[in-house]
Design a protein around this ligand. Structure first.
Ligand SMILES: Nc1ncnc2c1ncn2[C@@H]1O[C@H](COP(=O)(O)OP(=O)(O)OP(=O)(O)O)[C@@H](O)[C@H]1O
Ligand SMILES: [Mg+2]
Length: 261
């Protein structure tokens, strides 16, 4: 069953065609990898899916609803969460406060409404905090909840950012290079965590990743972008052998060889 569909989407920035007539479908409970060289359009694809960029042409469907042009927080409220390519944690707050920043469960309170409904908002904040603690617990980081954001290592912060996406009980999580800068041991832990998120929570995962071992190991399917175009799509073992993918990307990746072993 398709849960998310990208249908003939194009977007240009100035003269750059970042996405050129891209279609892709994502099934419920799938883990799909998005790979391709720098500037291929991978982050832009996530941005048009989550509503940060509106495509020039084409449509995005989430479940049976067309979400093209909808605001990011509406799309988030429909069960889609994401992480970003660069770390989003602030150092002046606790881990828990960091995770709750910008999240709302139900009420989209206006300033006027906020004054009238402080009690309800406090209850909502308590529920958010409880959910954030559960999410930290799920990734094995419960003990870090009240520590300052900058007390964690770079790799630990990346895990917290993934935990943050789980707070709102999403159907789909989009991940932009979750393994960037992680040690080999941390990549192995991330591999296990991604499988648990899918298996135990039933979440569909769409993951951009340059760490080929991870993306080939964990993905059911891989989509390959190059210069804004989709050049291949298939099971990891098919993608690894695909001459066009090797030519455009895999042949240039340092860890591509190890991935095959
Ligand atoms: N907001 C923007 N304004 C102008 N150009 C943009 C914008 N967003 C993306 N681009 C351009 O679109 C192209 C695709 O960029 P994108 O960030 O999607 O690539 P990517 O595949 O994620 O690359 P990387 O692996 O380096 O993260 C690039 O040429 C980039 O410079
Ligand atoms: Mg990117």
């Amino acid at each position: 069953m398709t849960i998310l569909a990208v249908d003939r989407v194009s977007i240009s920035f100035g003269g750059v065609r970042a996405l050129d007539d891209i279609s892709a479908a994502f099934g419920a409970g799938e883990i799909v990898g998005i790979i391709g060289p720098n500037g291929a359009g991978k982050t832009t694809l996530l941005n048009v899916i989550c509503g940060l960029n509106t495509p020039d042409a084409g449509a995005i469907r989430l479940g049976d609803r067309v979400i093209t042009g909808m605001k990011p927080n509406w799309i988030a409220g429909m069960g889609l969460a994401r992480t970003f390519q660069t770390s989003q944690l602030f150092s002046g707050m606790s881990i828990l406060e960091n995770m709750m920043t910008g999240l709302h469960l139900r009420s989209r309170a206006t300033l006027f409404g906020a004054a009238l409904h402080t009690k309800r908002m406090r209850a909502e904040e308590a529920e958010l905090a409880a959910r954030a603690r559960d999410a930290l617990d799920f990734v094995g980081f419960a003990a870090f909840a009240d520590q300052p954001g900058d007390s964690l290592s770079f790799g630990q912060r990346r895990i917290v950012e993934i935990a943050r996406t789980l707070i709102s009980d999403p159907k789909i999580v989009l991940l932009d290079e979750p393994a960037v800068g992680l040690s080999i041991n941390r990549v192995a832990e991330l591999d296990q965590l991604l499988r648990r998120i899918r298996d135990e929570k039933g979440v569909t995962l769409v993951m951009i990743e340059h760490v080929i071992r991870l993306v080939m190991g964990v993905s059911d399917r891989v989509v390959v972008l190059n210069s804004g175009q989709k050049i291949a799509e298939g099971r990891p073992e098919q993608i690894r052998e695909n001459p066009a993918v090797i030519e455009a990307y895999l042949g240039k990746q340092v860890d591509a060889g190890r991935a095959a072993s």
